[in-house]
Design a protein around this ligand. Structure first.
Ligand code: PFF
Length: 458
């Protein structure tokens, strides 16, 4: 593998590997667990529409900016921002944006790993045949039984973190490449199969109506903030995960095209996950707003009924775990890269230190679903530790990080450097579109949504 001239890091062997790795980062629990339950909780179609608008107008241009900055700096987000800022004659203080991102990644991985642990637990349940003939009440009870018990929640969170440790220490590339080239398409095929099943339930029309007929009366400032936070979360934006993957991207690859693929595949996966899950929800008479348990309370019912459900159930939850792992890796990689660059720690030491810290915080997140359910850490925010971490990181820190990245790329970097790195003609339409989106639309959207969520507009 080639070593870039001014970096201690490896590079992807091709642009395709980058697309696959970044898609592995983007497609995860955010698409299959979080997106469907947020749609359910936030009234369906209007939420989907706002989410899609955020993806196109905010997420897409910011992803291009992140990859572009990453490839120019070729280091961890913190040192990348520092280097690019200095090269552009700007203040090295821009590295604070990298710190914000690394902090967000730390917080996100702590609760992400708890949910990744649930996926592992469900894979095991599928294997031992627990779904056979299960009713929707039974599946609900199984999920509540899991999250209300501290021991299994902490145990599976620990297993998830250990798996991440093993992969990140062993070198990201080999494991990741295999996971995304073989397993992601398989997951996609399985989701399509579930959508086909959904069409036979008689509730598919209702699902289409729910997901695509917007009812704006269900929307307020907080909903828009949630949709935007989800757009950042699902695309792995605003915290440097995509930036660090961009840092390993060979110079010959065309950033706008690669970004198009990643955003397209991620969005399609989320929509298909919704189309797979809601027919089951409606045909079983369940509530779409059931919350974080939605995927876990619906799919086992199907796997317990359909032919080959036993095998499909195992396959689905194994693949869900894999999708969570490939995203978890990208949450861990920015701080690991930073520690390798800036301390005497090697990859193993850096990973071990971070995994230990995140594991401890994850225990608090896991326990806040049961024994510490009443604990509040942010005054005025009525959420347990899990919900607080999720709110602070996803809804505030990611959009804020994204805002600064957009401002940096479109207002502060020299336009000539940007168009060169993006490999776009300075006066061409694509560059112009990107620039308008990144200069005006994305920052304005983030700022307006923030102001709106504080209740400023009533
Ligand atoms: N995009 C991942 C998902 O949708 O599950 C979650 C994620 C990964 C968020 C990496 C942020 C990140 F940096």
């Amino acid at each position: 593998m080639a070593q870039a001239s001014h970096t201690r890091h490896e590079q992807w062997s091709s642009g395709l590997v980058f697309i696959l790795a970044a898609t592995g980062s983007a497609v995860g629990l955010g698409n299959l667990w979080r997106f469907p339950y947020l749609v359910g909780e936030n009234g369906g179609g209007a939420f989907v529409l706002i989410y899609l608008a955020c993806i196109v107008l905010v997420g897409f241009p910011i992803m291009m900016a992140e990859v572009m900055i990453g490839r120019r700096g070729r280091q961890s987000p913190i040192n990348t921002l520092r280097r690019v800022a200095l090269e552009e004659g700007l203040s090295s203080g821009w590295q604070l944006v990298g710190w914000l991102g690394v902090a967000a990644g730390f917080l996100i991985l702590s609760f992400y790993s708890v949910v990744g642990g649930w996926a592992l637990y469900y894979a095991l349940q599928a294997l031992v045949g627990s779904f056979s003939g299960i009713s929707s009440e039974g599946a609900g009870a199984m999920f509540r039984g899991l999250v209300s018990s501290p021991v299994p929640v902490v145990f599976w969170h620990t297993v998830f973190m250990l798996i991440l440790f093993g992969i990140v220490v062993a070198g990201v590339r080999r494991g990741l490449q295999r996971a995304v080239t073989i397993l992601m398409p398989l997951l996609f095929a399985l989701l399509i199969l579930l959508v086909l099943y959904g069409m036979t339930t008689g509730a598919f029309g209702q699902t289409l109506h729910f997901m695509f007929a917007p009812d704006f009366s269900a929307i307020d400032g907080r909903t828009v903030l949630t949709a935007m936070g989800q757009a950042f979360f699902t695309l792995s934006l605003g915290m440097g995960a995509i930036m660090v993957y961009g840092a390993y991207l060979p110079s010959s690859e065309h950033i706008p095209r690669a970004t198009g693929w990643i955003v397209g595949m991620d969005t399609l996966t989320a929509i298909i996950a919704g189309l797979a899950i809601f027919p089951i929800v409606f045909s079983a008479g369940m509530a779409p707003g059931a919350g974080p348990g939605l995927v876990f309370e619906t799919l086992p019912v199907v796997f317990g009924t359909i032919p080959f459900g036993f095998l499909l159930g195992i396959l689905f939850f194994v693949l869900l775990s894999v999708a969570a792992i490939t995203s978890g890796i990208s949450l861990l990689e920015p701080p690991v890269a930073y520690l390798i660059e800036s301390t005497r720690l090697g990859r193993r030491g850096a990973t071990g230190l971070l995994v230990g810290g995140i594991w401890l915080l994850g225990i608090a997140a896991g326990l806040s679903l049961n024994v510490w359910a009443g604990v509040r850490i942010v005054p005025g925010l009525d959420a347990n530790i899990f919900g607080t971490l999720e709110f602070l990181a996803n809804d505030l820190m990611l959009p804020l990080g994204g805002l600064f990245i957009a401002l940096f790329a479109a207002w502060f970097m020299r336009s000539a450097s940007v168009s060169e790195e993006l490999d776009l003609l300075h006066h061409g339409p694509v560059y112009r579109l990107w620039r308008v989106a990144t200069r005006f639309i994305a920052p304005a959207a983030v700022i307006l949504v923030f102001l709106n969520a504080t209740g400023l507009f009533g």
